[in-house]
Design a protein around this ligand. Structure first.
Ligand code: GTP
Length: 598
C-alpha cells in the first residue's frame, strides 16, 4: 500500500469523555474484530486499567476501512495514556500521527485535560477533528460545546462530528473525516530508515517489542538496526501490526505503524521517543523531541514481613521488565529495615505499582509518604538531589533548598472560584491567571509547589468543588523555598520513615496535626507512647497514646471458643500491616498520615 492511503491518528480527550468507547466502536465498525471477539474496551488491556476505568499505557490498532470513494485505507489508531503522569508518552504518541480526534463530552464541555492534550497535538502540527460525543445524553448541549471549542481553543467547529460512541451515531462520519482531513504520511521509502518509538512492552517469547511509526525507509527481518539515543544495536527477527493482537507481516514501510522484535532484552534500551535507524546506513539525525524520562515522585516500599524482602525485589524486577519509568534501589531505614526507594512518574503511576505488587505478587507492604526531589545547596557549594526527607543534611550544612513547581490549570463552574483560590493560596500557590470559558465556567492558573499537589491538592479540590473541578499540571522548574525537616519521635526515638519536608511557616501547624493524627492511628499498647514532632532539636508538638487497660480476650472470658477465635483473627488481620518500630507497633496508615491532615 502506498502512503497515500495511510492515515495515522490518535484520540485525545479528558478522562471519561468516551475515548475508549469510541475506539471500540471504530474497531467494531471496520470489522477489525467481530463483536464476539471483542472484549469490552479492547484498547485498555490491563485489568487495573479496566477497574479504574482509565487508560494508562498507549496501545495501537490498525483498522482497514473501505471509504465512500471505494478505496481501502489503512487507519492506524494510536491510543494515548489518559493521565497527567504520562504527558511525555502522550506527546510521543501524537508525534507518530498526522491527525487527532478531539473528543469532548457534549454535556461536560472542555476540561483541563482536553486543553492539555490539544496543546500537545497542536505542538505536533496535527490536523484536529473535533468530535462532540455523548449527544444521546438528555443534558447534551453540542452547540454550547462547539462554541467553547471555537472560543477557547480557536478551532473551527463547522465540520465537527456529532457522535454517540455509546449508540453508534456519527461513527461513519468520523471515519470519513479521518480519510478526508488527516493528511497521508510524508516520508520516502528510499531514504535511510528512521522510525519513532512510541511505546514498548516485554514479551516472554519475543523479548522487548518496540512500537514504532516508520518515518522514512522500511524495516524487514534480518536488518541490523540501532537505537540512536542509547546506541544499542539489534537484529530484527520479526515485524508486524496490531490487529490489535500482534500479527506478523513481511515488512513495515514508510508511514506505517507496527511493532519490531529482535534481540532486545531490556526495556530500558527501548526508550519512548528514541529513533530506530539502520546500523549500517544511519539517518543523518534523530527525530526531534526525545527526552529521557525522570521520575518525579519517590517513596519507600518495605515488606511488612522482612522475610519478604527478596520477593519484593523479584516483583519489582518483573514489573520493571515492562516499565522503563519505574526506578528502584535498595534503601535501609532504621525504623523499617530493608526495603527499596522507588521512583515514579507521578501519583497514579505510584498507586498502580503498589497495587500490582500487593495484588499480583501477594505482598504486604509498608509505603512511606511520597516525596518530590529537592535540590539542596550546601554551604560547601555542592548540590544534592534529595528524594528522601530523612536524608536531608543538618540545617547548619544547608545554604538553601529548591523545590519543583508546577503550572496548574483548574477548570470549574463560577461558583467555586473562591474555593479554588482559597485552597491554592493555602497550598502556597501563586495566582497567575483567570479566564472565563463561557458565562458559567472559569479556567484558573496557579503556580504551585509539586509537593503540595502530591499531598492532597486534587482530593481537596474535588471535595471543595463537589467533584466539578478538573485539574492538569506541568512541571515548570525549581524555586527556592524556606523548607525544614519535620521529625517524629515515638517513645523518644526518631522514626526516620515518618520524617517529612515542610515549609517553615507551616512546620508548627503540620507538626501538631501530624502528632494528633498519629495519636488516633497508633493503637494502644501495653505502655504509654509519647509522640513528639520536632524541627531540629526543638519539639513543637506532643501527644500521648495511653497504655492499654484491657486484654481483648477479657470480655469473652468463659465465652464460646468460636467467638474467641474470631477476635484473635481480627487482631491478626489488624496486625498484618503493623510494623514493629523499636518497642512500638505502627500501622501502615501512620506513614501516610501526613497526606491526610490539614
Ligand atoms: P479514560 O480511559 O479514562 O481516558 O476514559 P475514556 O475517555 O476512555 O472514557 P470511556 O470510553 O471509558 O467512557 C467513560 C464513560 O462514558 C463510560 O461509562 C461510557 O460508557 C460512557 N460513554 C462513552 N461514550 C458515551 C456516549 O456516547 N454516550 C453516553 N451516554 N455515554 C458514553
Amino acid at each position: 500500500m502506498t502512503t497515500k492511503n495511510i492515515r495515522n491518528f490518535s484520540i485525545i480527550a479528558h478522562i471519561d469523555h468516551g475515548k475508549s468507547t469510541l475506539a471500540d466502536r471504530l474497531i467494531e465498525y471496520t470489522g477489525t474484530l467481530s463483536s464476539r471477539e471483542m472484549e469490552a474496551q479492547v484498547l485498555d488491556q490491563m485489568d487495573l486499567e479496566r477497574e479504574r476505568g482509565i487508560t494508562i499505557k498507549a496501545q495501537a490498532v490498525r483498522l482497514d476501512y473501505i471509504a465512500q470513494d471505494g478505496e481501502t485505507y489503512m487507519l492506524n489508531l494510536i491510543d494515548t495514556p489518559g493521565h497527567v503522569d504520562f504527558t511525555y508518552e502522550v506527546s510521543r504518541s501524537l508525534a507518530a500521527c498526522e491527525g487527532a480526534l478531539l473528543v469532548v463530552d457534549a454535556a461536560q464541555g472542555i476540561e483541563a485535560q482536553t486543553l492539555a492534550n490539544v496543546y500537545l497535538a497542536l505542538e505536533n502540527n496535527l490536523e484536529i477533528i473535533p468530535v462532540i460525543n455523548k449527544i444521546d445524553l438528555p443534558s447534551a448541549d453540542p452547540e454550547k460545546v462547539k462554541q467553547e471549542i471555537e472560543e477557547v481553543i480557536g478551532l473551527d467547529t463547522s465540520d465537527a462530528v456529532l457522535a454517540s460512541a455509546k449508540t453508534g451515531i456519527g461513527i461513519a462520519g468520523i471515519l470519513e473525516a479521518i480519510v478526508k482531513k488527516v493528511p497521508p504520511p510524508k516520508g520516502a521509502i528510499d531514504e535511510p530508515l528512521s522510525a519513532l518509538i512510541f511505546d514498548s512492552h516485554f514479551d516472554a517469547y519475543k523479548g522487548v517489542i518496540a512500537y514504532v511509526r516508520v518515518m522514512n525507509g522500511r524495516i524487514k527481518p534480518g536488518m541490523k538496526l540501532k537505537m540512536m539515543a542509547t546506541d544499542k544495536k539489534f537484529e530484527v527477527t520479526e515485524v508486524g501490526i496490531f490487529k490489535p493482537s500482534l500479527a506478523t507481516i513481511a515488512e513495515l514501510g514508510t508511514g506505517q505503524v507496527g511493532f519490531v522484535a529482535g534481540s532486545i532484552k531490556n526495556v530500558k534500551d527501548v526508550r519512548v521517543g528514541d529513533t530506530i535507524t539502520d546500523a549500517e546506513h544511519p539517518a543523518a539525525a534523530a527525530l526531534p523531541g526525545y527526552r529521557k524520562i525522570n521520575p518525579m515522585v519517590y517513596c519507600g516500599l518495605y515488606p511488612v514481613d522482612s522475610a519478604d524482602y527478596d520477593n519484593l525485589k523479584d516483583a519489582l524486577e518483573k514489573l520493571q521488565l515492562n516499565d522503563a519509568a519505574l526506578l528502584f534501589e535498595p534503601e535501609t531505614s532504621i525504623a523499617l529495615g530493608f526495603g527499596f526507594r522507588c521512583g515514579f512518574l507521578g501519583l497514579l503511576h505510584m498507586d498502580v505499582i503498589q497495587e500490582r505488587l500487593e495484588r499480583e505478587y501477594n505482598l504486604s507492604l509498608i509505603t512511606t509518604a511520597p516525596s518530590v526531589i529537592y535540590r539542596v545547596y550546601r554551604t560547601d557549594g555542592h548540590m544534592l538531589e534529595i528524594d528522601n526527607p530523612s536524608k536531608l543534611p543538618p540545617p547548619t550544612e544547608i545554604d538553601h533548598i529548591d523545590e519543583p513547581y508546577v503550572k496548574a490549570t483548574v477548570i470549574v463552574p463560577n461558583e467555586f472560584v473562591g474555593a479554588v483560590m482559597e485552597l491554592s493560596q493555602e497550598k502556597r500557590g501563586e495566582f497567575k491567571d483567570m479566564k472565563y470559558l463561557d458565562t458559567t465556567r472559569v479556567m484558573i492558573t496557579y503556580h504551585l509547589p509539586l509537593s503540595e499537589i502530591i499531598y492532597d491538592y486534587f482530593d481537596r479540590l474535588k471535595s471543595s468543588t463537589r467533584g466539578y473541578a478538573s485539574l492538569d499540571y506541568e512541571l515548570t522548574g525549581y524555586h527556592t523555598s524556606s523548607l525544614v525537616k519535620l521529625d517524629i519521635l515515638l517513645n523518644g526515638d526518631p522514626v526516620d520513615a515518618l520524617s517529612v519536608i515542610v515549609h517553615r511557616d507551616k512546620a508548627a501547624y503540620r507538626g501538631r496535626q501530624l502528632a494528633e493524627k498519629l495519636k488516633s492511628i497508633i493503637p494502644k499498647q501495653m505502655f504509654e507512647i509519647p509522640i513528639q514532632a520536632a524541627v531540629g532539636n526543638k519539639v513543637i508538638a506532643r501527644e500521648t497514646v495511653r497504655a492499654m487497660r484491657k486484654d481483648v480476650l477479657a470480655k469473652c472470658y468463659g465465652g464460646d471458643i468460636s467467638r474467641k477465635r474470631k477476635l484473635l483473627e481480627k487482631q491478626k488481620e489488624g496486625k498484618k500491616r503493623m510494623k514493629q518500630v523499636g518497642s512500638v507497633e505502627i500501622p501502615q496508615e501512620a506513614f501516610m498520615a501526613i497526606l491526610k491532615i490539614d
